[in-house]
Design a protein. Sequence first.
Length: 185
Amino acid sequence: MALSATIYKVDLQLSDMDRGHYDQYSLTVACHPSETTERMMLRVVAFARHASEALKFTRGLSSDDEPDLWEHHDHGEIKTWIELGLPEERRMRQASGRSDEVFLYTIGGRAVPVWWQQNASAMRKLEKLSIYSLSEDTLKALDEMTARTMQLSCTIQDGTMWLADGTHNLEVIFETLQDKGRQTV
């Protein structure tokens, strides 16, 4: 018998001062049986950073042809493709061909610098691709915030994100490895 996904409910109060975007989202997030809660929380963070009414969680790990999150134009074409992990260059090239912009949030601990060293030159050729990394400490702190029902407050100002619940207050710092095809690290 296959294991089923664990469902998390997230009430997200968002104040993104950088984009002038203020809204409240009621999210239902399915955590795949092979997915860690750190990775699931990184999906919530990525949602908050790119939030819009059209941004949606996908089948993620359950599908090879979908990212973790995406946003479509009204005419159906993919506007934003958001991926998590350490994908092959081929997958990111295909994502760049299918969408207007691609964002990758790395997750993999000590494997991230090795992956970046091996893939940086190929990834830089992808002009639509931006790549971000979070420290292991930040991912652990996100994991500590995990609960089946969460009420999160997120503030984004000057490129910095603060995420809070009733107990924790976390500054989420994104290390930019690449910004739209240009290496920054």
